[in-house]
Design a protein. Structure first.
Length: 93
């Protein structure tokens, strides 16, 4: 697959529980390239730091990239920050 590039804000999945999952919403125009609203593995970079993570469907017809604490630390980013994201592999490829 060709790499997908976008910018998005890192948000807590549940704003009341900052110690749990964070995500970046994937723009709607990229959802078909990633196979639709299915949970799957994804590889790429967040703020220039490489990652292996998951994409998953979220509420209101959104697709989100799971952002771990390790991913945020490696990219020197935190919840609330705008991040440059590149996804260059999804699924089993």
């Amino acid at each position: 697959m060709d790499a997908i590039r976008f910018a998005g804000t890192i948000l807590h999945w549940d704003p009341g529980k900052e110690s749990v999952l964070a995500v970046v919403d994937i723009p709607a125009e990229h959802v078909p390239v990633l196979g639709g609203f299915t949970q799957q593995r994804a590889r790429g970079s967040l703020g220039g730091a490489e990652f292996a993570s998951n994409v998953m469907s979220a509420s209101s017809g959104r697709l989100a990239l799971s952002v771990s604490k390790a991913m945020m630390a490696a990219s020197h980013l935190a919840a609330g920050d705008e991040a440059d994201v590149e996804v260059n592999g999804a699924g089993r490829d």
